[in-house]
Structure formats: structure tokens, C-alpha cells
Design a binder for this molecule. Structure first.
Ligand SMILES: Cc1cc2nc3c(=O)[nH]c(=O)nc-3n(C[C@H](O)[C@H](O)[C@H](O)COP(=O)(O)OP(=O)(O)OC[C@H]3O[C@@H](n4cnc5c(N)ncnc54)[C@H](O)[C@@H]3O)c2cc1C
Ligand code: SF4
Ligand code: SF4
Length: 515
């Protein structure tokens, strides 16, 4: 043990996203639980600075909070209408039928930031649990194969705890620290969205949900969700299995908004904020170890995101709630947080739940995309309609980055009609639409492990796919990193096929509570 200052807690939680919220609210709502000292550390500057769509059926959320009144949460509203559209260059075809596994008819459109602020205030109101934003966890403290707690970044402080809850999302540094030696191959996407003010007479009903595919590239899925108060979220997902990205996700998103069908809905709109974040699209087949001695993993970093149903928030939340119930059970029984006990309570609950059964159905749902868009869509439909019994797996593919040969010449791309309102430059968006905070006193959280590799790198995909233009070639051929522009999306980590990016935890990032 080092001679750093130490603090003791019963439970320490890394990250405050939907998974941690589900975990903490379960503890907070258990009336007769023996007192536990629970601390939760979030690296972003606020507890509602996450990035997500969000449309969710909220099955797990409502099970945890049966009295939850969504009208109390700003930007939340029930789903009223759903459309599934295939977009081509100038045209849009609305599918006459939305498969049941994709439907969100009984769900809600929300802002993850507003939702987390609401739930966070409910948790802290109990006085039993503290959530500390602006406090990145640098690493887990591991002794004799057990996790003993966490070390905080930039502070001379270790927090020792009987249980460390790893809820740090898709690219979390603590989750990666605890991964098995042989990390399973992953599929990724960067999800980027904008929150926009719509003109008053926009004709869109709050709760309208649009899902699209086919534009601006075959591999890019898009969405538009309408919040109350003439506000909408519009966004896209750029996947790691896309063969030929030739634009940043930001540029693709602008192109998406210029599509005639989307633009007629956005005409006169104004950018309020934007955000980007990596999504782990591997699902169950890249599931890591879920629990060990003194620790358990919940949420997206534990492979909860379901690419077939297009849902992640509720799954992350539900695994958090399952761990919360397990902690209650073990605490009442006076049992320790060992791997064996956590597997018998938390992992067992998870295996018996809808999160697991739906993850099994989705496991090979995306395999067909290896052989083109049509095969991919057929594969998804097969998996969805047969409940995973028939998939495109016979033509399956190894997950991970695909080739980068360019399919279309860059000069074929339309010019962006910058208007200083909805279409602003990437640099202006960093300043006006969410604002990046690069907290002083921290070293760079993105570093190039071996700059010589970059000199030999043919595509420099980390630069192309950087969501904040924080990685750029200033001179020579080695990218330079600018903390002031990093939105903390984590896309550079998985876009470097050489594994040459060290992506550690840091403070700051996008500063908006409505994404
Ligand atoms: C653009 C976009 C659209 C999406 N749309 C939808 C949708 O419509 N419906 C849906 O259900 N899902 C959607 N998702 C997916 C959904 O957002 C995720 O599945 C969900 O947020 C996962 O929750 P989580 O708690 O596991 O992780 P996260 O939400 O990623 O939360 C992890 C938290 O941990 C913090 N953290 C990380 N490392 C540390 C550290 N070392 N110390 C302290 N804190 C740390 C992070 O800052 C973050 O706040 C979307 C995602 C994106 C990016
Ligand atoms: S993709 Fe990897 S090797 Fe290539 S420039 Fe970026 S960090 Fe260097
Ligand atoms: S440098 Fe920052 S903004 Fe750029 S890809 Fe990496 S994490 Fe995202």
C-alpha cells in the first residue's frame, strides 16, 4: 500500500451514467438497508453531461421507479409516432411496417443529461449517497487479485472500498484495466448528435421518433427525436465496420441534416448543443468478466448495448439495478463482495433477465453487414423475427475495423451551406454548442504510444474520425493533440488499427446537460 492519503467507504462507483443511476437509486430506495457509505465519482464537470439519443422503452427504469412522472423531467415526453425511413441521395421511402423488435411505442423521448440530473438529485436527496462530478478515477487499486478501491486522478487520494462498481461506459479506462488479458474483438460506432431549436410552426408532434438508414453512407444509421417545447435531437452513428469513411462524423451529420427529407423538418432550426460518444456495438459476444473479488461491472462496458433493438440506456440501467439488488441481498446476509457471491446474486439475476435473453437474440444480428448493406439488413430482420435462431452468421465476419479504401471521390461531397445558425463550422460548434472544458492541471489523456508508427500510417484514421478536431496534423506526419478541443468521445482509441493511442481518463470534455 502506498503512503498516499486514504479514505474508506463501503462502496465506490466509477462514473455516473444510466448504469450507475440504476444502481444507486436501487440502494437509495431500499428503506431498511443497513447504513452504507457510498461514493460515486464522475469525471465530467456535471452529473448530467452524458451524450445519448435518447428514445427508450424505459422498462427497467419504470420497474425501479414505478412512481416516476416523466412530465417532471425537462425534455421528456411519451413516444407518439414512429417512422422508419430508407434515405437515398434525394429521396426517402417510409417503410410501411416497423418490426416489433425496433418499436418504442410504449417508451419515451428524453435527454440523458436532464434525466441523469433528475435521478441524481433524487439519489442525493436521501443523504445516504454522494455523487462527485469533476472527479476522474485514475485507476483501480488491485492487490492479490482483488480490487481494493480506486485512485483519484490529480488528487493525492485513494478511496478504499469493500466493493468497486465499474460503470464507466464503452471506453472507460477502469473497465479496460480490469479486462481479461485477451480482450475480445469489439465492434464500435461513434454516435454524434445535435440538439436544435425548431421554429414554432414546425408541424412536428412532440414524441415523434424517426429512424433512418442508407444516408449519407449505406452504413450510417440516423435519428431524429422531437422533444417538447420545439426542440429536437438529430444524430447519426458511424460504425467501425464501415469500409470507407471519408469524412468526420461531424461532416457526415451536417450532410445528413441537408438531406431533403430531414432538412424540410429542420428548416429554420438553430443549434443549441451537440455531443459525441463511442458506442460498444459488440453486444454479448464481447462480454467481459462481470464480477471479481471486490468489484462488479455494469452498463455498456459490460456489453449491455443491444444493436438489434437500438437500445442501451434501459439495459445499462437494468444491470445497475440488478447489482443494487444483489448488494442489498449480500448486505442483509452479512456476506462479503467476493466473486463467488457476486456471481450468485448479481450475475445470476442478469442471466435470468430480459437483458440477457434479448442480448442472445441480438448476438449475431449484425453479422451480415460484412457482405453488404442488403445482407446486413436481411440478417437483422432474420435475427429479429426468429428470435436469434436464424442469423447471417454462416456468412459472418470477424468484428473490428474494416478496410479504409475509399468508395467515392471526396469532390462528390456537397458543400455545407454555413448559416451560423444550424450549419456552423466544426470549430464554432466546439465553442457555441456544448463548449469544451479542458480543466487545467491534468496531463494529456490522449497520447500516441509510438509516434514512429504514425509516420508510417497510411490513412491516419484517428485524425479523420476525431469528433472534436483535437487530433490534427500540424507539421510532419505525426498528429498533435489539443486538449481544448477534445470532446472525450473515445473514437481515436478504436480507430487506430495499430493500437497506438493511449486513451486515459481525464477531466473536462463537452459541457452541456441536454445531450
Ligand atoms: C449519439 C448517441 C445516441 C444514442 N441513442 C440512444 C437511444 O436513443 N436509446 C438508447 O437506449 N441508447 C442510446 N444510446 C446508447 C446509450 O447512451 C448508452 O447505452 C448508455 O449511455 C450507457 O450507459 P452507461 O451508464 O453504461 O455508460 P455512460 O452513459 O457512457 O456513462 C459512463 C459514465 O462514466 C464516466 N466515466 C468514465 N470513465 C470515468 C472515470 N475513470 N472516472 C469517473 N467517471 C468516469 C463517463 O463520463 C460517463 O458519464 C446512444 C448513444 C449515443 C452516443
Ligand atoms: S491511426 Fe494510429 S498510427 Fe495512424 S496516425 Fe493515428 S495514432 Fe498514429
Ligand atoms: S481526441 Fe478526443 S475528440 Fe478526438 S477522437 Fe479522441 S477522444 Fe474523441
Amino acid at each position: 500500500m502506498s503512503d498516499r492519503m486514504t479514505m474508506e467507504a463501503d462502496i465506490v462507483c466509477v462514473g455516473f451514467g444510466p448504469a450507475a443511476a440504476g444502481f444507486l437509486i436501487t440502494l437509495a430506495k431500499t428503506a431498511d438497508l443497513p447504513p452504507l457509505n457510498v461514493l460515486c465519482y464522475e469525471r465530467a464537470d456535471g452529473i448530467g453531461f452524458g451524450v445519448s439519443g435518447v428514445v427508450t422503452r424505459a422498462r427497467g427504469i419504470r420497474a425501479s421507479m414505478p412512481d416516476l412522472d416523466f412530465s417532471q423531467i425537462p425534455m421528456a415526453t411519451p413516444v407518439t409516432e414512429e417512422r422508419l425511413l430508407y434515405l437515398r441521395n434525394k429521396s426517402a421511402y417510409e417503410l410501411p411496417y416497423i418490426p416489433p423488435f425496433l418499436r418504442k411505442h410504449d417508451g419515451f423521448v428524453m435527454s440523458i443529461g436532464q434525466f441523469l440530473e433528475y435521478v441524481g438529485s433524487q439519489i442525493m436527496a436521501t443523504g445516504a449517497i454522494q455523487i462527485w462530478p469533476g472527479t476522474p478515477v485514475e485507476q483501480a487499486i488491485i492487490e492479490d487479485g482483488a480490487v481494493r478501491g480506486v485512485r483519484l486522478l490529480g488528487q493525492d487520494m485513494d478511496v478504499l472500498a469493500r466493493l468497486t462498481v465499474v460503470a464507466d461506459g464503452a471506453v472507460g479506462a477502469i473497465g479496460r484495466q480490469l479486462d481479461d488479458q485477451r480482450r475480445k474483438p469489439h465492434d464500435w460506432a461513434v454516435g454524434m448528435k445535435m440538439v436544435v431549436d425548431l421554429p414554432a410552426d414546425n408541424g412536428l408532434t412532440p414524441g415523434t421518433v424517426l429512424h433512418t438508414f442508407g444516408y449519407p453512407e449505406n452504413e450510417i444509421f440516423g435519428f431524429l427525436y422531437v422533444h417538447p417545447g420545439n426542440v429536437a435531437s438529430v444524430g447519426i452513428f458511424v460504425p467501425s465496420w464501415m469500409r470507407a469513411p471519408e469524412e468526420s462524423a461531424y461532416r457526415y451529420l451536417q450532410q445528413y441534416m441537408m438531406h431533403p427529407y430531414i432538412f424540410q423538418l429542420l428548416r429554420g432550426a438553430r443549434l443549441r448543443s451537440w455531443g459525441a460518444k463511442s458506442i460498444d456495438e459488440s453486444g454479448r459476444r464481447a462480454e467481459p468478466l462481470l464480477a471479481g473479488n471486490g468489484w462488479a461491472r455494469i452498463g455498456e462496458g459490460s456489453a449491455t448495448t443491444n444493436v438489434l433493438t437500438g437500445s442501451g440506456v434501459d439495459e445499462a440501467w437494468t444491470t445497475g439495478a440488478q447489482l443494487g439488488e444483489a448488494v442489498v441481498e449480500l448486505t442483509r446476509a452479512g456476506k462479503a463482495f467476493t466473486r463467488e457471491n457476486l456471481e450468485a446474486t448479481y450475475v445470476a439475476r442478469r442471466r435470468a433477465s430480459w437483458v440477457e435473453s434479448e442480448a442472445r437474440i441480438a448476438e449475431h444480428a449484425r453479422d451480415g453487414f460484412h457482405n453488404g448493406m442488403l445482407n446486413g439488413l436481411i440478417g437483422m430482420a432474420l435475427a429479429g423475427f426468429t428470435k436469434g435462431r436464424v442469423t447471417a452468421a454462416p456468412w459472418g465476419r470477424p468484428p473490428g475495423l474494416r478496410g479504409t479504401s475509399r468508395s467515392r471521390p471526396a469532390e462528390g461531397r456537397p458543400d455545407i451551406p454555413y448559416d451560423g445558425q444550424l450549419f456552423v463550422s466544426h470549430q464554432d460548434a466546439l465553442l457555441m454548442g456544448g463548449k469544451v472544458q479542458a480543466t487545467p492541471g491534468f496531463e494529456d489523456h490522449v497520447q500516441l504510444t509510438d509516434p514512429h508508427k504514425c509516420e508510417q500510417c497510411a490513412d491516419q484514421r484517428c485524425v479523420l474520425m476525431c469528433s472534436g478536431q483535437a487530433l490534427a496534423i500540424l507539421e510532419g506526419s505525426v498528429p498533435a493533440f489539443d486538449r481544448e478541443k477534445c470532446v472525450y468521445c473515445g473514437a481515436c482509441l478504436w480507430n487506430c488499427r495499430e493500437g497506438n493511442i493511449s486513451f486515459r481518463v481525464g477531466a473536462g470534455g463537452l459541457h452541456s446537460n441536454e445531450n
